[in-house]
Design a binder for this molecule. Structure first.
Ligand code: FES
Length: 249
């Protein structure tokens, strides 16, 4: 029997993920205060249909359900990339349904709920959500570019600039890139599936790069999770007039 405080990481995981889920669900269905000028919250990007100038196709059609929020797209696609992540699976299997509660700790059940059968075999869809996540990353890069262009209130023309919000959105993209580029599926895709990687120097370099990110995958997972929350919070607080964006130049 383990006598060390093995339950501490699981408890922290439980609290951290619960806090994120509560905030993300609340923020996603607010359907307001997700833009501030040229800033767009990453929880709402891409805004396919919506009421802000960032919306790709304008307002949502009248036949959309009343609970529609542009953030639903992000919840369903990048959200599932995270839920099916190999790191998070290991973390929430322990923290949320004690399967097992910790390494070398007995389970409170007799049957083994593995990933070889339904429903957990569905987690193998992670490799496909990777493609979606890479696509969404490009949208966020574009949002950072848009966050460099401010409307001059005097002339109405757009001018190049830098605000604290631009840096917050940039940091979010960097953290998400570190997380996505260290994905186990990406690592397999670019080199792990080859028998003799040393014969493909380009693939080997990419594989080594992905491996470097992968070694800290847990750290990237957590920092990028809270990076998204902070970026949304920053845009939201500025939009509500509670925080003021600092225009650096
Ligand atoms: Fe974590 Fe793919 S394994 S993002």
């Amino acid at each position: 029997m383990r006598v060390d405080p093995w339950w501490v990481p699981s408890l922290l995981t439980f609290l951290g993920l619960s806090a994120f889920l509560i905030y993300a669900t609340w923020a996603s269905f607010q359907n307001e205060h997700y833009t501030f000028g040229n800033y767009l919250s990453p929880m709402y990007s891409p805004e396919l249909f919506g009421n802000s100038p960032h919306a790709w196709f304008g307002p949502a059609p009248s036949w959309f359900p009343s609970f529609y929020s542009p953030a639903i797209v992000v919840l369903m696609l990048p959200g599932n990339f995270r839920i099916t992540c190999y790191y998070y699976r290991g973390a929430y299997y322990k923290a949320f349904w004690a399967d097992p509660p910790g390494c070398a700790v007995g389970e409170p059940r007799k049957s083994y709920l593995g990933e070889q059968s339904f429903p957990l075999i569905v987690q193998n869809i992670h490799r496909y959500f990777l493609y979606v996540a890479l696509l969404f990353l490009t949208f966020l890069v574009y949002d950072v570019y848009r966050a460099l262009w401010f409307v001059n209130p005097a002339t109405g023309a757009e001018e190049f600039g830098l605000g604290l919000g631009t840096l917050v959105l940039l940091l979010n993209v960097l953290l998400l890139s570190g997380y996505t580029l260290g994905c186990h599926s990406l690592r397999h895709l670019i080199g792990g599936r080859k028998d003799s990687l040393s014969e493909s120097p380009v693939a080997k370099s990419c594989y080594d790069c992905a491996s470097a990110f992968n070694r800290r995958h847990m750290n990237w997972a957590w920092t990028s999770l809270f990076g998204v929350v902070f970026a949304d919070l920053y845009v939201r607080m500025c939009s509500m007039g509670i925080w003021s964006d600092w225009r650096i130049f």
